[in-house]
Design a protein around this ligand. Structure first.
Ligand code: A2P
Length: 348
């Protein structure tokens, strides 16, 4: 075996998979080999990587035999189907799906927030939900100064969270509507072009959708605050690949706006972008393709003396998914954590 890490991407042809390939190259990840895996539909497809042409393989049992690290973004059921094989083969799985995020023996990591959680992995590490990552990046630095008492968030989510096909569908919908035709709706239940609708993940008994409950549960797990009071409303907007969120934070004591700005201006992976004179704040068309989460419009909540309001925007495919996963992989390399100490039995 040549020195370096043998990497496989499961879901290599998807929106996140494509970005993972680019990020491994751009960030000079020490991969000695890269295996591209997808469904049999994509077998034989060619994708460039570091000046070579790699051929996509259909995922199979043998595909994981000589692999150290698997970056997966092929949906929850595909991760469920292959996780045990991956772990049994001695590889570490960094999984972008929601399949294992809340499992007790699976660390859920945003490297800027809880890198220490990686130390005790048992072969699987979960990458959080995109909206959770972006929000965590903006609010955790404030939480470290003063613990958050209550958090209310509303999201404005782009099409990319539903995959490459959904992004194409929004473009096709816009074209169809402009042509006076019926817009196609396969990836989404309703037309998203020229429209907005509450997130279409399934509804829970309490009336929250799964996406909203992911924000609640995952944030608590990442922050290590199981009782944190959070309520979320998640909404799809006709934007291709960057999400926005409004966040209202309540603290025990007033949190001066100036101090919040200072804290956020210095936080890793964040850019404070506020031009109050020109009413110019983070926007998806400018945050698309960027690594950082952009935050701005930080203001005192006029309805509560200990409340703060803020606005953020970040690329869903990059920091919301692929970049965070590659940063987790970099953390595993840096801390020599690519060996599985105690293999998990995958039963979540
Ligand atoms: P394929 O392109 O062959 O369907 P996105 O989230 O952008 O929709 O991408 C999903 C990714 O997951 C794609 O690479 C897709 O491959 C892959 N995928 C979907 N279902 C499976 C499966 N059953 N086995 C392996 N890969 C899958």
């Amino acid at each position: 075996m040549s020195s370096g890490i043998r990497v496989a991407i499961l879901g290599a042809t998807g929106a996140v998979g494509q970005e993972l390939i680019q990020l491994l190259e751009q960030r000079s990840f020490p991969a000695s080999e890269l295996k591209l895996l997808a469904s049999p539909r994509s077998a034989g497809k060619e994708i460039p990587f570091r000046g070579e042409t790699l051929t996509v393989e259909a995922v199979s049992e043998q595909a994981f035999a000589d692999v150290d690290l698997v970056l997966a973004s092929a949906g929850g059921s595909t991760s469920q189907a292959w996780a045990q094989t991956i772990v049994d083969a001695g590889a570490v799985l960094v999984d972008n799906s929601s399949a294992f995020r809340m499992a007790e023996n699976v660390p859920l990591i945003v490297p800027e927030i809880n890198p220490q959680a990686a130390a005790h992995h048992q072969g699987i590490i979960a990458n959080p939900n995109c909206t959770t990552i972006l929000m965590g990046m903006a609010v955790y630095p404030l939480h470290q100064v003063q613990p958050i008492q209550r958090l209310l968030v509303a999201t404005y989510q782009s099409a990319s969270g539903a995959g490459a096909q959904a992004m194409e569908e929004v473009k096709a919908q816009a074209q169809a509507i402009l042509n006076g035709e019926t817009p196609p709706t396969e990836a989404f239940p309703y037309p998203l072009a020229f429209n907005v609708f509450p997130h279409n993940s399934s509804l829970t008994e309490q009336g929250y959708c799964q996406e909203e409950m992911k924000m609640v549960k995952e944030t608590r797990k990442i922050f290590g605050t199981p009782d944190l009071r959070i309520s979320a409303t998640c909404v799809r907007v006709p934007v291709l690949r960057a999400h926005c969120e409004t966040v209202n934070l309540e603290f025990a004591e007033p949190f001066p706006v100036g101090q919040a700005r200072e804290v956020l201006a210095q936080a890793p992976g964040l850019i404070l972008q506020e031009d109050w004179e020109n009413n110019y704040f983070p926007m998806p068309n400018e945050t698309t393709g960027k690594d950082e989460v952009f935050v701005g419009r930080i203001r005192q909540d006029i309805s509560h003396p200990c409340g703060l309001e803020l606005w953020l925007s970040g690329d869903q495919i990059r920091k919301g998914a692929a970049l965070n996963a590659v940063q987790i992989a970099e953390l595993l390399v840096k801390d020599d954590l690519l060996k599985v100490q105690q293999s998990a039995t995958v039963s979540v």
